[in-house]
Design a protein around this ligand. Structure first.
Ligand code: GRF
Length: 200
């Protein structure tokens, strides 16, 4: 599966996907990495692995539509069959979602539908939950609202800080995202409306 990844930040999930691919555990081809942030660590990581990168810097566009049209052309140019969001901090708009006809996946650091949006780990701590975790889901036009593919719980400990819980969740994210992408690439993810079945 020709795969593109969009990331805004340090890119540790991107790195986990690259590593899994390089070790032969992920039957996809990462053909392109894009970012809305010129200085995203994710771009550097991609370059170090020889993956072509593209920047769609938000302030270079008059509006979101222009930026998203460029992303759509980039996906077409690269004949992308699967788009992965890995810490991509912008919501893809309804027009983009209507025009893109490939699966898009995202990883979110909470057990959705709890704590969507920004600072999910802080939201979980402040709410006082005893368990949080992470979710890999299909992207739809909402905010972290698409059908859920995989989830895994992580305990929240009394002494946790945002940093410590984020760190514990992140280790699981790397494994869970890779596993979800592997299952999808092997044709083992069957989606019917909101229901996602993992085929054996
Ligand atoms: C992760 O916590 C991911 O779940 C969220 O953004 C963060 C990205 O981290 N969507 P990284 O850039 O992959 O290290």
């Amino acid at each position: 599966m020709r795969t593109a990844i969009l990331a805004s930040g340090r890119g540790s999930n991107l790195q986990a996907l690259i590593d899994a691919h390089q070790s032969g555990a992920l039957p996809i081809e990462i053909v392109a990495v894009g970012s809305d942030q010129l200085r995203a660590g994710a771009l550097k990581r991609a370059e170090e692995s020889g993956i072509p990168t593209r920047v769609f810097q938000t302030n270079h566009y008059p509006n979101r539509q222009g930026q998203e049209e460029d992303i759509l052309s980039w996906l077409k140019e690269n004949q992308v069959e699967l788009l992965l969001l890995a810490g991509y901090m912008k919501v893809l708009g309804p027009q983009f979602m209507r025009q893109v006809h490939i699966p898009i996946l995202n990883i979110h650091p909470s057990l959705l539908p709890a704590f969507p949006g920004l600072h999910a780990q802080r939201q979980a701590l402040e709410y006082g939950v005893k368990v949080s975790g992470c979710t890999v889901h299909f992207v739809d036009e909402g905010l972290d609202s698409g059908p859920i593919i995989l989830q895994e719980a992580v305990p929240v400990l009394p002494e946790d800080t945002v940093e410590s819980i984020s760190h514990r969740i992140l280790a699981v994210e790397h494994r869970l995202y890779t596993e979800a992408v592997r299952l999808l690439a092997l044709g083992k993810v069957e989606r019917t409306g909101r229901q996602v079945k993992i085929l054996q």
